[in-house]
Design a protein around this ligand. Sequence first.
Ligand code: CU
Length: 487
Amino acid sequence: MIAKQKLKMRTSFVAFTMITLLFSGCKDSDKTENASTADIPVSREMTAELTSPPNVPTPVGRRKAKKLIVNMEVLEQEGTMTDGTTYVYWTFGGSVPGSFIRTRVGDEVEFTLSNHPDNKLPHNIDLHAVTGPGGGATSSFVAPGHEKKFNFKTLNPGLYVYHCATAPVGMHIANGMYGLILVEPKGGLPLVDKEYYLMQGDFYTKGEHGDPGLQSFDMQKAVDEDADYVVFNGKVGALTGDNAITAKVGETVRLYVGNGGPNLVSSFHVIGEIFDKVMVEGGSMINENVQTTLIPAGGAAIVEFKVDVPGTFIIVDHSIFRAFNKGALGMLKVEGEENKTIYSGVVQEGIYHPEGGGIQQMPEGEKKVKVASSNKTLAMKMESGKQIYTQTCFACHQAEGQGIPNAFPPLAKSDYLNANLNRSIEIVLKGKSGEITVNGEKYNSVMTRQAISNDEIADVLTYVYNSWGNNKTNVTKSQVDAVKRGH
Ligand code: CU
């Protein structure tokens, strides 16, 4: 018995030794690095530039380690979640995610957290870049109208999340209290042409997705991980339309991507691009040629890619209903010369006759430019509406609004459509299921709620009403707003 136990102990000791040996290589070099980064001297002091998303501060370049003054203010403030829906966000620096902090390894950060006197609650900050108890949380707990100061030295290069860690922690994070702090290596990260700051978060509201008015936090939904909104940069549409991030053909883009959670991990993907490099989990390991990278809640990643062709590249959480139904969708707009070798675009479009008819050419689509403004001419709305129709409605309702027999009703010469504008707006806003009769035919299918803004709904309906023999209604955003408010 004793011998057996001894043998068991010996086996596990051997296994332990082997594991220790296996890891000792990397562990030792980490330690050496830590030991040396802890000893990096600082010269002079400077005040950190803080930026709100999607912007990032100037790269550290070759600057020496410094005493870096960071002044962060907590603000509790109402903001827009989506068109017609507001939420009281708790923020670091007035934005969700909070201000981006850019440091280099060896910096001695003097961090001051100020809690605005108009705030209602105490807050603190846990920075994952901090080596120390609570990541600074225990030293930064601060009541409204007060401020707290603490110091830390950045030992490990990487991209780190920071967040509030005041009880109930989940609620503080769910209300938007997270952001990113970058610790660049000595000499800085390699320079790129464009850098942007994105951070995903999930939100839980008393009402359902899209319900209008001021929405409050729903603790039970948060516990159940039943998110109403999953978004980049704090709201639906923070990175779409006029808010899209941009680049030119030939440029290298670096995205600093965080995930605040509180609950959901992100399957981060850019449609139509391949990440040339991913700094996996924001650390030192580089993966190459990646389609989708997983970003844990409370984690980050740095992705880089060169943009080779123009177009709008859609940024998503590839848990795809989150993208198209809950808001986790952004855009990167790339301008520049086409490269038909890399991507040809449509080279031929025709009618397909399986029984053997000839190919009939379709008229070539005109190039569409998105115009977003409140004062649009009918022509501008038609152009924007056509683009939205092509992206969103075309698959079911078809190019000429003819619909698909027995499945999706026609929009061309539609008595149902022309009889009631508000009903049409409501269907686009809220979706529709159940039986309806259009031009004498019964349809019983499902149309989902469309993830487009009120402005876009006005444009696309204007396009539909002014095409294919419909009654030429010019639909305005305020009409859409009214229907949204009225239900
Ligand atoms: Cu807080």
